[in-house]
Write a protein that binds this ligand. Structure first.
Ligand code: DOR
Length: 445
C-alpha cells in the first residue's frame, strides 16, 4: 500500500476462496479509532483470522503501511439487497459482497425479496455457503416474514434460523395485515429473532412515486405522504410493545415517522430504527429533472425532514445506519418516473458521503458515525460489539479521512453503475477492508 498522497486507482483483488491460508498481517502505524473514541497510533497485528494484538514482535507475511490512516472495525450493514437468487442481472453475491467490502463493510444482512423469495431454508443455506467461498464481506441472510412475501402465511422461522437466517422481514413489501404482523412478532419473539418492518401503509401510499408535497404537486407526479410511514410505524411499534418482539424499523424517512419512534421508545416499545444515507443527504428537490435514479421507497422527503433525521442521529434516537443498497439495471432505472423500480445502489459511498455531509459538516462527531456503522448495528442484531481487541475477528477497515475523490459510478464494483451522487467530490474513503484477516478490498495493493 502506498502513502495516501501516492495512492492511485482502486484495484479489485482476484476472486479467492475463503478457505485459502490466512497470512499473519501487520497494519503499520495505524490510528486506532472506534465508536468509543481514539486509541492511539499502533502497529495492529492480525493472525489466524483474529486480532492478535498491538505492537508485537516477529515477522508478517503481509505488511500494510497504514501511516496516516484510521483503523477501525469493519462496518456492519443490516439492510442490503443482493438480488440473488434470480435477479443476477441486477447484482450477484460476488459483485454485491465486493461492493460491500469496497465500502468498508465486513458484514451485511441481505434482504429476502429475491426471485424466488428467501422463504426456504435451503435457499438460506445456499446463500451462506456460496458467500463463504468468496472470501469477501460476510453474508448473514434475512428470511421472508411470509411465504412468497405474499402477506398471507408465516414462513417457517425456526427452520430458516437453523439454516442461518438472522432476521425476518418482507422488506420491499409492507405487511398489510396487522394480524399477520402480530403472529410474526409472536413467533420471532419465541426464537429471539429480529423482525424488520417496511413501514408504509399501502392504502395511504397508493401509487406514490415520490414524497407528496409542494414538489410533487409542481411536477405532477403521484405523491406518497409522510403519514403513510408514520401511521404504519405506529402500528408496528404498538404490535412490538404488545408482543415483546424485537422490531427494527427500516429506512425511516420522515420527521413524522421519527417523532412516532421517539414516542414509542419513550413508552418502552422494544423497537430500534435505522436511517439510510440517501434519506440523510437528498431531498425531493432531486426529482426536478425527472430522473428515477432518485426513486426510492420510502421516498426522499423535504429539507426539514432531512434536518430532523440528522438531529435524531445526533441525539442518539437513531440506532444504526442501513444502506438499503438496492441495485437495479440501468435499463430499468431509465424507464419513466411511474414505471422505473424503487431503489439505488450506495454501498461504495456510504462512508465518504456521511463523513463529508455529517461529520465534516459539523453535525455529528466521527465516533457517532462509527457507532451507527458498528456497535449500533450489533446492538440491533444482538451481536457482539465489533472491536479491535485481541481475540476479536480480524474484520478491519482502513480509512483515509483526508482523501478526496469524486463519485464515479462507472467504477463501482456493484453491477448497478449509476448514482445520484455521481460527480460529487467527497472526503474520507475506505482504503482497504480485511475480513477474517484476509484482504477483501484494497484500493492499491
Ligand atoms: O427503494 C427501495 N428498493 N426500497 C425498498 O424497500 C426495496 C428496495 C428494492 O428491493 O429495490
Amino acid at each position: 500500500m502506498t502513502a495516501p498522497a501516492e495512492r492511485s486507482e482502486r484495484v479489485t483483488l482476484p476472486r479467492h476462496g475463503g478457505d485459502r491460508p490466512i497470512p499473519r498481517t501487520v497494519l503499520r502505524g495505524a490510528r486506532l479509532v472506534g465508536a468509543d473514541g481514539e486509541h492511539g497510533v499502533h502497529d495492529l497485528w492480525l493472525a489466524d483470522g483474529r486480532i492478535e494484538g498491538l505492537d508485537l514482535p516477529g515477522d508478517a507475511e503481509v505488511e500494510l503501511d497504514a501511516r496516516g490512516l484510521v483503523a477501525t472495525p469493519a462496518f456492519l450493514d443490516p439492510h442490503v439487497h443482493l438480488r440473488t437468487p434470480g435477479q443476477e442481472e441486477k447484482e450477484d453475491l460476488a459483485s454485491g459482497l465486493a461492493a460491500a467490502a469496497a465500502g468498508g463493510f465486513g458484514t451485511v444482512v441481505s434482504m429476502a425479496n429475491t426471485a424466488p423469495v428467501v422463504d426456504d431454508p435451503a435457499i438460506v443455506a445456499d446463500l451462506v455457503a456460496r458467500a463463504a467461498e468468496l472470501g469477501l464481506a460476510r453474508l448473514r441472510p434475512a428470511a421472508a416474514l411470509s411465504v412468497g412475501m405474499r402477506g398471507e402465511q408465516l414462513a417457517d422461522y425456526a427452520a430458516l434460523r437453523d439454516a442461518g437466517a438472522v432476521m425476518i422481514t418482507d422488506d420491499g413489501i409492507p405487511v398489510a395485515d396487522a394480524h399477520l404482523q402480530r403472529r410474526a412478532c409472536e413467533y420471532a419473539r419465541e426464537l429471539g429473532l429480529v423482525i424488520q418492518t417496511h413501514s408504509e401503509d399501502p392504502g395511504l401510499r397508493q401509487g406514490g412515486v415520490m414524497h407528496e408535497g409542494a414538489v410533487s404537486h409542481e411536477l405532477g407526479l403521484p405523491g406518497n405522504p409522510a403519514e403513510a410511514e408514520s401511521v404504519m410505524i405506529f402500528r408496528d411499534g404498538e404490535i412490538a410493545r404488545m408482543t415483546g418482539a424485537r422490531v427494527h424499523i427500516a429506512h425511516v424517512s420522515s420527521e413524522r415517522g421519527m417523532r412516532v419512534i421517539e414516542f414509542l421508545k419513550a413508552e418502552g416499545a422494544p423497537i430500534t430504527c435505522e436511517v439510510t444515507p440517501h434519506h440523510l443527504t437528498l431531498t425531493d428537490e432531486a426529482w426536478r429533472d425527472f430522473d428515477p435514479v432518485v426513486k426510492v421507497a420510502p421516498p426522499l422527503r423535504t429539507a426539514a425532514d432531512v434536518a430532523y433525521l440528522r438531529d435524531a442521529v445526533r441525539r442518539g434516537v437513531v440506532d444504526c445506519l442501513g444502506s438499503d443498497h438496492a441495485p437495479h439495471t440501468r435499463a430499468e432505472k431509465e424507464r419513466d418516473a411511474l414505471t422505473a423500480p424503487f431503489g439505488l445502489p450506495n454501498l461504495e459511498v456510504v462512508f465518504p458521503l456521511l463523513y463529508t455531509d455529517l461529520v465534516r459538516a459539523g453535525h455529528v462527531p466521527l465516533e457517532r458515525l462509527l457507532d451507527l456503522l458498528q456497535d449500533g448495528v450489533a446492538r440491533v442484531m444482538g451481536w457482539a460489539a465489533p472491536t479491535l481487541a485481541p481475540g476479536a475477528p480480524a474484520d478491519v477497515v482502513l480509512l483515509d479521512l483526508e482523501a478526496e475523490a469524486s463519485v464515479e459510478p462507472a467504477r463501482f464494483l456493484s453491477k448497478a453503475k449509476f448514482s445520484p451522487w455521481a460527480g460529487r467530490v467527497l472526503t474520507g474513503w475506505p482504503v482497504a477492508t480485511l475480513v477474517a484477516g484476509r484482504l477483501a478490498f484494497s484500493r492499491t495493493r
